[in-house]
Design a binder for this molecule. Sequence first.
Ligand code: MGD
Ligand code: MGD
Ligand code: MO
Length: 649
Amino acid sequence: MSDHPASRVRRRERAPKTYTRLTHPLVRDSRDEPFRRATWAEALDRVARALRAHRGAFGMFSCARATNEMNYVAQKFARVVMGTNNVDSCNRTCHAPSVAGLSAAFGSGGGTSSYQEAEHTDVIVMWGSNARFAHPIFFQHVLRGIRNGARMYAVDPRRTSTAEWAESWLGLNVGTDIPLAHAVGREIIAAGLVNEPFVRRATTGFEEYRKLVEPWTPSLAEKVTGVPAAAVRELAHAYARAERAQLCWTLGITEHHNGTDNVRALINLSLLTGHVGRYGSGLQPLRGQNNVQGGGDMGAIPNRLPGFQDILDPDTRRKFEAAWNTAIQPRYGLNLTEMFEAMEEGTLRAVYCIGENPAQSEADSEQAVRRLKELDFLVVQDIFMTRTAELADVVLPSTAGWAETDGTFTNSERRVQRVRAAVSPPGEAREDIDILCDLASRLGHDWKYADAESVWNELRSVSPDHHGMTYGRLEEHQGIQWPCPSTDRLEPPYLHGRLWEADPVRRGTPAPFGLVQHDPPVDLTDEHYPVRLTTGRRLDSYNTGVQSGGFASPLRRGEYVELSPEDAERHGVTVGEEVRVVSRRGTVLAPVWIDTALRPGLAFMTFHFPDEVDTNALTIEANCPIAGTAEFKASAIRIEKLPAADHVR
Ligand SMILES: Nc1nc2c(c(=O)[nH]1)N[C@H]1C(S)=C(S)[C@@H](COP(=O)(O)OP(=O)(O)OC[C@H]3O[C@@H](n4cnc5c(=O)[nH]c(N)nc54)[C@H](O)[C@@H]3O)O[C@H]1N2
Ligand SMILES: Nc1nc2c(c(=O)[nH]1)N[C@H]1C(S)=C(S)[C@@H](COP(=O)(O)OP(=O)(O)OC[C@H]3O[C@@H](n4cnc5c(=O)[nH]c(N)nc54)[C@H](O)[C@@H]3O)O[C@H]1N2
Ligand SMILES: [Mo]
């Protein structure tokens, strides 16, 4: 969205909801009553009683903004105290397909490159990623790369702020990434630009892949994706001829009902060209929350124990059973999406939600709220009184992972860095870890952690990838990337260098091509819902707005439905005019903004002001069967102009 002064916009004013910090525990005996202030002892006794009654029907949402140490303790609470692997976080709503796709290809789910490599590369492809707005720190490295001579390509249905910096913008139709990627792959093969020695030694399935992409000529791709055939060829040649190339992607790829397939289609291009496993060449799914990488690494996901170790592996389980003195369920738990489905079925009855706001961030929010309301017991532990907290039985105030807590975060290049408490928490707020340990002790588990470092050292004792990262070394090196198995050595900044080894034993398992097919968005556009709505972010908004929405400022824009100039004209609507936005699931009122970055038929909204415009009332919960991520990027809507009388309010 191009910048504009909010003052030019005429719209009905709604008071922004301001979020105030939680300062003491809140409880209520029934959902019809208002909350009342409680002591910590009363609130925790109440939670302990409810959880004891719900072993076997319990799920935990862990917080991707809180520290690694807190996520380690949270997943241990779920597994040891509650005996379940039902633990997950907002990673499910964004990059779970990246983790699944990279794991299927390379055996591990992390981004393969370091940030600095973007400065020392020849071609950077930003595919479905608006890093200029959503990853501004990484984007500084990209800009340095461009200054050093790298060429950038942007693949996005909108001509985003990121695309403004690109050599070429490939404006594809929403949900046509597989045809585009296959056409790029086909062109690389047809032009004889395949890195044959790499393909022969380090991959499997090339022949099947070649047959699969054969029909995807650049001109067929143009018909399906809307990207001119010449631009497809240009991208294919630039990427394949580059000595080094970085392929970066984010939610434009993952937030689809076939997100994991999309990821596989991109990984295929790196396998064809050998752009992986070397300095300057790699795959970079830029992660969302400050510590969503770390949350998953710490085991706050249903299928992995800390250190990304597979729960189905008996030796791994035995190791953790010995360390934690408990039995671990030998099966994957439910992911966030499946937990919501289990609420519907009535098999999941109690939820412990730490630092997530699913009432406003889940697709089809009306349905999500109903499911949360129908739970027997909901405890929310947050720093603010969120809409999710308003549905709870007990609300526990915690310190913020950022600036109020000691520990570590892990960023998108797998770098673990120390963070420190710099300010005192408000009121009676307590650290997330402290609250969890107090509850564990009420439920018969005596965990003693003197400080965050003692949690970290326990993690180091069970996770080989983190073993070499003492707090001392993290300070000394200003953060260390995993894997770091040894206390006296650092590994290269990129992953999968093994694929280039001449010795087959050291090279290890080859990476398979992903044989994935095009599958258009579930929510089809038709004559009743003719407009494609895609949702995402702006620079000045953060997720559901809890941490960034509730402030009064001349810069505060509020929510708009952004339309192309052509669509605005067709509907006879102007900037600031309120319209009804209708999908197959819900209706919202929103003022119009006109954005030339949009092509006809495409609309854009964020989900940052849900108290004023609940964007997720419109989105579809159709989700990727492998990763559970919802199709936030493709809903079908129509725009209804309001009768003049409705306007003058
Ligand atoms: N300012 C700001 N920064 C943030 C956040 C925030 O709320 N505000 N949130 C953080 C989080 S949690 C995350 S996960 C990241 C997300 O970071 P991004 O993924 O970069 O952000 P989005 O705007 O959700 O989506 C990226 C782009 O996908 C494009 N897109 C939509 N559909 C398609 C498609 O079918 N194909 C392709 N190729 N592209 C498509 C959209 O037009 C959009 O420009 O940002 C993080 N950083
Ligand atoms: N339409 C649409 N919907 C989307 C998306 C989209 O692109 N389009 N993107 C999805 C994505 S990628 C994401 S990540 C989700 C985000 O969804 P959520 O994670 O549910 O939303 P946030 O607004 O990030 O909520 C963060 C919460 O964490 C709390 N918090 C922050 N720090 C701490 C801490 O240290 N401790 C505790 N206990 N709490 C803390 C904050 O107060 C806030 O309530 O939304 C998803 N929903
Ligand atoms: Mo995210």
